[in-house]
Design a protein. Structure first.
Length: 384
């Protein structure tokens, strides 16, 4: 069984076993219903014994049972979110891949040419696609593959390998064990930076963390007010100053507040003036020096926000920001709004940065930790 088949079977099994419920009350009702069905299938003389045993387990391990149910439900919701969020990409380039393998019965040069064009149109990137096609040709030749139907799973497996590339990838945030965790956000205007910060703050708050938002984008009119609105909306801390203030001084005062009030996480918004790289670089240098004075080793994360709908322009932005500051990961917004979901693969291959979060909707809870297996499943589930 190929890699993709294993991923698909894993999520398919979870999907069949778990019934989605919106609250704990419904989840408990489902558990009781399942128990009743199981008991009815047991021979009459063992009914009482089974019921008593189950009640004993529930009484002794209520937290364990509840935790397991919650974890399964969360996994199912995330898988469904990936499926729904990547539907445009599936309907776009994935459907073209299916059509291609159906139209050609034999692997030949024309097949590879069309495959190359489909992948490039999916914004996977020319360099990435050329490397991929070369690998695929070699594998086809080595394994003696002639039937295109055999290539479906191999295509998906090779795309997975491009992202992983024998590396241990982590989408986890590098939390500080001594003092507040500081996360710096960079990105051009219009990519959804403020919204992303708000969504991540909401996510972290629900995980039990005390979160402070710091509005250090004092260049764009109304930027700090937008961030303040988010803080009020999700009920987390905020620090900011009016337009025109020195960003580094805002960060200094914000971090002082974070230390004094014992915040767990500080999310810092910054200006996105990439058109003036020199000024932006100087500004980020000053901000980082301030952070260094509060946090040993500096910012724990510097996340670059990219709009998935901008395609290759987003790749260019990533390369430009990587030149002027130390980026630790990517947050890819609006992935649900594009048919070119292959941009995830291109970012990793061409920029060498892991995607840590993806935006798959407009709601405040529609920011997901990036998971390559869920991504591959959500994108290619219709291929097999």
């Amino acid at each position: 069984m190929g890699l993709f088949s294993k991923i698909k079977e894993m999520f398919k099994k979870d999907s069949e076993e778990v019934v989605l419920e919106e609250d704990n009350e419904s989840l408990e009702e489902t558990l009781e219903d399942n128990e009743t069905l199981e008991v009815e299938e047991v021979e009459e003389e063992h009914k009482k014994e089974v019921v008593l045993e189950k009640e004993k387990v529930k009484k002794e391990n209520p937290k364990i049972i509840k935790k397991e149910d919650k974890e399964k439900t969360t996994l199912e919701k995330e898988v469904k979110r990936y499926e729904k969020g990547l539907s445009k990409s599936r309907e776009g380039f994935v459907s073209k891949l299916v059509s291609l393998t159906n139209r050609y019965s034999k692997v030949n040069d024309e097949f590879f040419d069309e495959l190359e064009e489909i992948l490039i149109m999916a914004d996977i990137g020319v360099n990435t696609v050329m490397s991929f096609i070369d690998r695929l040709r070699k594998r086809v030749s080595k394994e003696g593959i002639t039937d295109t139907s055999e290539l479906k799973e191999i295509i998906v497996d090779e795309l997975f390998i491009i992202y992983v590339n024998d590396q241990v990838l982590s989408s986890k945030i590098n939390y500080n064990t001594n003092g507040p965790t500081v996360i710096l956000f960079v990105g051009v205007n219009g990519v959804g930076k403020t919204t992303t910060i708000g969504k991540l703050a909401y996510k972290m708050k629900n995980e039990g963390k005390k979160v402070l938002l710091v509005g250090a984008d004092t260049f764009r009119a109304g930027a700090y007010l937008q961030l303040k609105e988010w803080a009020e909306k999700i009920d987390v801390g905020f620090y900011g100053k009016e337009e025109g203030s020195d960003p580094a001084s805002v960060v200094f005062d914000g971090l002082k507040k974070a230390k004094d009030d014992e915040y767990d996480v500080v999310l810092i918004d910054t200006a996105g003036r990439l058109q003036n790289k020199v000024n932006l670089m100087k500004e980020l240098e000053k901000i980082n020096k301030v952070i260094d004075g509060f946090i040993e080793g500096g910012a724990n994360e510097t996340l670059l926000i990219l709009d998935a709908t901008t395609g290759q322009n987003g790749i260019s932005q990533a390369k430009a920001f990587k030149e002027i500051t130390n980026i630790t990961g990517i947050v890819l917004t609006k992935l649900d709004g594009t048919a070119k979901g292959g941009i995830v693969l291109a970012i990793k291959e061409e920029v060498g940065l892991p995607v840590k979060y993806i935006g798959l909707g407009e709601g405040k809870d529609d920011l997901s930790v990036f998971d390559i297996e869920k991504y591959i499943y959500g994108l290619f589930k219709d291929m097999m």
